[in-house]
Write a protein that binds this ligand. Structure first.
Ligand SMILES: [Zn+2]
Length: 384
């Protein structure tokens, strides 16, 4: 047994833990850039607690998924205001933005100097400025990952800033913050969490540590996601989903992802489709085609047994087969009314371009088996 496991320096999990964020921030800096979603007001209680703890704040709202330009603007603002700390309070977009800003605050130059795929991909020489991540959704796990996904609207692509020095100094996961999430957002972000547990579990980079985390997370998410969608005030289900999302973050940061996220990067770059919704639309088809490809070309592959284990975890039945696991996930997507990708303007004419781009995506490298172009066409076509 041999593996490496890296995560946030410190994690606070549980209802009410938001109250511990301000005192922790006071030990890291005096002036915080507070990165939020479109609504700064939601972070009002946090901002007041920071000011009371003698940490002054500069608000930086991010509407939608962060772009390279948004990070340039925020870096200038944070530098001119003398910020020595970044706190992100929001969904995956706010957390990725905050993580990228904390990295750029400590490193010279432009985000494109460091971005994968679309930039020069240079390593970030310095660890990020102190960064606290406070998720208000349960899905991305970005509070414990080392990358920030940024969009370049000119190139219609998304790419990551990635470095071990970008792992947050503190993650505060307070499930109470997710209680007000609307049903559709709960469904899409929750299925992102489930994807980020299933893909690392069958990944070519899976390790014994991530295996344990994925099995627990898949079981929890399968049980809690329908309940959190049916009743948004179900505190036990919300807590279980925040836990599953955190486990997914641990897993993806240490074992990688797969074909679903391989497609999510170009689809999200080319169309105005939220990340969680794209993953949810592709997940059942990626599972089905991976299982078929493994049976055809690598019948003894250990990931095939993993797909059967996933079926047992989601159905709770010891005899469940891989195909029944795929059917269970497809049925969940139907029950949660996940739209097909055509709802975002994706058409059959986009398939060749999406396949070419997905084949180059970093996530695709961890898929359990190398897919043929035909298999990738079939996967994305079924999701459209
Ligand atoms: Zn994801």
């Amino acid at each position: 047994m041999k593996f490496e496991f890296a995560t946030a320096t410190r994690i606070l999990f549980g209802e009410g833990t938001l109250a511990d964020a301000a005192p922790a921030a006071a030990a890291m800096g005096r002036r915080a850039l507070v990165v939020t979603g479109a609504s700064v007001e939601r972070a009002g209680p946090l901002v007041r607690a920071l000011e009371a703890a003698a940490v002054s704040t500069v608000a930086f709202p991010v509407a939608g998924e962060p772009t390279v330009d948004c990070i340039r603007t925020g870096t200038v603002q944070a530098r001119s205001a003398g910020c020595d700390l970044v706190i992100a309070f929001g969904g995956g977009s706010a957390i990725d933005a905050g993580k990228a800003l904390a990295a750029m605050l400590a490193n010279p130059g432009d985000p494109l100097d460091y971005l994968e795929v679309i930039g020069r991909g240079q390593p970030l020489a310095h660890n990020s400025a102190p960064f606290i991540a406070i998720p208000t959704t349960a899905g991305t796990g970005s509070e414990v990952t080392r990358n920030a996904v940024l969009a370049s609207p000119e190139g219609r692509v998304k790419a990551s800033l990635r470095n071990a020095g970008m792992l947050p100094r503190l993650a505060v996961v307070d499930p109470q913050l997710t209680l007000g999430l609307p049903r559709a957002l709960t469904a899409a972000t929750g299925l992102d969490a489930l994807t980020q547990l299933i893909e690392p579990y069958v990944s070519s980079r899976a390790n014994p540590m991530t295996d344990v985390l994925c099995a627990e997370g898949i079981r929890r998410a399968a049980d809690a996601l329908p309940r959190a969608c049916d009743n948004g005030q179900d505190r036990e289900a919300r807590s279980a989903m925040s836990w599953a999302s955190l486990l997914g973050g641990f897993a993806l940061a240490n074992a990688g992802l797969g074909a679903v996220h391989g497609f999510a990067a170009p689809v999200g770059g080319m169309f105005p489709a939220p990340h969680g919704a794209v993953c949810a639309a592709v997940l059942p088809h990626a599972m089905a085609i991976n299982v078929e490809a493994l049976r055809r070309r690598a019948p003894g592959h250990p990931s095939l047994a993993r797909y059967a284990e996933i079926a047992r975890l989601v159905t709770g039945r010891p005899q469940a087969t891989a195909d029944e696991g795929v059917a269970w996930v497809a049925d969940l997507c139907r029950r949660l009314e996940i739209p097909q990708l055509r709802a975002y303007g994706v058409t059959g004419a986009d398939v060749p371009d999406l396949v070419t781009r997905a084949a180059q995506a970093s996530s695709m490298k961890a898929n359990p088996i190398v897919l043929t172009p035909d298999e990738m066409c079939e996967m994305i076509s079924r999701a459209i």
